[in-house]
Design a protein. Structure first.
Length: 212
């Protein structure tokens, strides 16, 4: 009928193969940036991903777009890991596992963050979004560990992240990430309630004496 409005069509979802291509590009790009720096050729990224350059440029028209997408994906993985670990592990082990992943994220951010200064509008909105995602994840994990009695109730979740970031900022050796991962266990132990630490210490003492 004249004048009758057509119903609006819903946005078309990306095809499965397009989603796979995008995910593969992001993973290969992350490896390439880590190995050769952020100035690696995008044609090389396409070649390593076994796709045509045109396919890469359809997803990511510029290097900045690809860098931003890699960075966002790493943050999204951290947020998803919080939920996955919380469902599959004991609270304190989920917290430990997530903190180890956070060290890997720091390494990626150190590499990519300086180049993000060139994205349209600057990186401030992106970093604000990043901060909210990461803060939400660590707060949820610490809250769960506090409720289980594994972590002291006075712990500030962000102190755990500040300690790991601090190691990355002051370390000059290329193996700083390994040092940061060792620090995770120290931080977890230091965050336990006093009575748990005393109990664990007495257990170790008994084991040493029985070995003698």
């Amino acid at each position: 009928m004249p004048g009758k409005k057509r119903p609006k069509s819903s946005p078309r979802k990306p095809r499965a193969d397009a989603q796979r291509n995008r995910a593969r590009i992001l993973e290969i790009a992350k490896r390439a940036f880590t190995r050769a720096g952020v100035n690696v050729s995008l044609d090389d990224v396409a070649r390593q991903a076994a796709i045509g350059a045109g396919t890469l440029y359809r997803h990511f028209p510029t290097r900045d777009a690809l860098l931003e997408a890699v960075y966002r994906t790493e943050v999204e993985k951290l947020a998803a890991a919080e939920r996955e670990l919380a469902e599959s592990m004991a609270p304190v082990e989920a917290l430990r596992g997530w903190m180890l992943l956070f060290v890997d994220y720091i390494a990626t951010k150190q590499l990519i963050a300086p180049a993000l200064n060139n994205i349209v509008g600057g990186p401030s909105k992106l970093f604000a979004w990043t901060g909210s995602q990461i803060k939400g994840a660590i707060e949820a994990l610490v809250k769960r560990a506090i409720e289980s009695g594994d972590i002291r109730p006075d712990l500030d979740p962000l102190d755990l992240l500040r300690a790991l970031i601090g190691v990355s900022n002051v370390a000059s050796a290329p193996d700083w990430a390994q040092s940061a991962k060792r620090l995770v266990d120290i931080l977890i132990l230091g965050s336990r309630p006093i009575e748990q630490k005393i109990h664990r210490s007495s257990q170790r003492t008994r084991r040493v004496r029985s070995a003698d």
